[in-house]
Design a protein around this ligand. Structure first.
Ligand code: FAD
Length: 290
């Protein structure tokens, strides 16, 4: 099923993101994680793509497992380190395997990376055009409520987002954010700019202070005082932080739903407990409204 149809048919969607392993011998473990999470019946599940493009087969294998669980998969694809020909062969293979939904991304530029030549795509909009030239796919893309770290201004960032969306984007999934006001402002700017595709809010439950240091601060997301206090108070106690992080995420989600944001994507970090807790707590709130 195409994700654009799910977004049109279900009033509220809650989807999960998983990442594939880095080594093939861990694939069965990741598949078991997928099965555990699929049991919570998300609207769809996305599977990320290795930054250097070396693990396309892993993404495909996990997407297949998601399908076998009866859930619609969304396969991420990055273009930074692949030629147009390589992209074409991956997309055609996915097409033959029945993958209908692709999140088209550029990928992060590794330090010192220089674009080799014109056979490589510098931006996601080129990948989006390429995917549409190959077949009938539902294509999503990334957006950044706090602007992409490489953009020098909001104006520049939103102009590029508009250009990207006009290339045939069916929905946008946001980078994580911890202050919902940031997302509401971004939603308004998109509407003013005429970016009218569904916006899916990306929510990252922070379950350890170490993870916060490593990933979130690098992404450039701002942290509200309320969240920093939680980390200061509970960050040194893994169990307390795990539960506080999930409760903070739930609080964000409830506020988003109350403010008319109906599409929520959970960055699960392959932790079934996150999927379980969020699904269970939201069940009473959203089931009557789907
Ligand atoms: P783009 O849309 O190309 O934008 C990148 C930058 O270039 C922005 O600053 C933009 O304003 C600018 N830009 C765009 N078009 C132009 C233009 N025509 N001229 C000049 N500048 C332009 N990474 C992975 O490696 N694997 C994943 O699976 C993955 N999944 C992700 C999922 C989500 C929801 C998000 C938010 C990010 C994900 N990423 C993933 C990270 C992503 O690849 C990086 O954030 C990357 O730096 C930008 O990708 P993009 O597709 O947004 O790029």
């Amino acid at each position: 099923m195409k994700i654009k149809d799910i977004l049109n048919n279900e009033k509220i969607t809650v989807s999960f993101e998983v990442f594939p392993p880095k080594q093939w011998d861990k694939i069965e473990k990741t598949k078991a994680t997928v099965r555990e999470m699929a049991a919570y019946n998300p609207s769809f599940m996305s599977v990320t793509y290795g930054a250097a493009g070396t693990t396309a087969g892993f993404t495909e294998e996990i997407a297949r497992e998601i399908t076998e669980c009866g859930i619609t998969p969304l396969a991420h694809l990055t273009c930074l380190t692949s030629t147009g020909d390589k992209i074409e062969s991956v997309v055609r293979k996915w097409q033959n395997d029945g993958i209908e939904n692709i999140l088209a991304l550029r990928g992060d530029i590794p330090e010192g990376f220089v674009f080799p030549d014109k056979q490589y795509y510098e931006h996601a909009y080129q990948l989006i055009r390429k995917i549409h030239s190959i077949g009938d796919f539902c294509v999503g893309a990334a957006c950044y409520p706090e602007i992409h770290p490489e953009s020098s201004s909001r104006v520049e960032d939103i102009d590029h987002l508009k250009e990207k969306t006009d290339c045939g984007v069916d929905f946008l999934t946001s980078q994580m954010f911890f202050d919902n006001t940031v997302f509401y402002n971004f939603r308004e700017i998109c509407a003013i700019k005429g970016i009218n595709v569904p916006l899916i809010a990306g929510i990252m439950p922070i379950t350890s202070a170490r993870f916060l240091e490593k990933s979130v601060k690098l992404s450039g997301c701002s942290l509200p005082k309320k969240f920093e206090s939680i980390v200061e108070r509970f960050g040194s106690d893994d169990n307390a932080m795990l539960h506080a992080g999930i409760i903070y995420a739930l609080d964000q989600i409830i506020d988003l739903l109350a403010n008319g944001v109906n599409n929520i994507h959970i960055y699960t970090m392959n932790k079934p407990l996150i999927a379980k807790k969020i699904t269970e707590e939201l069940a009473g709130i959203i089931n009557g409204q789907k």
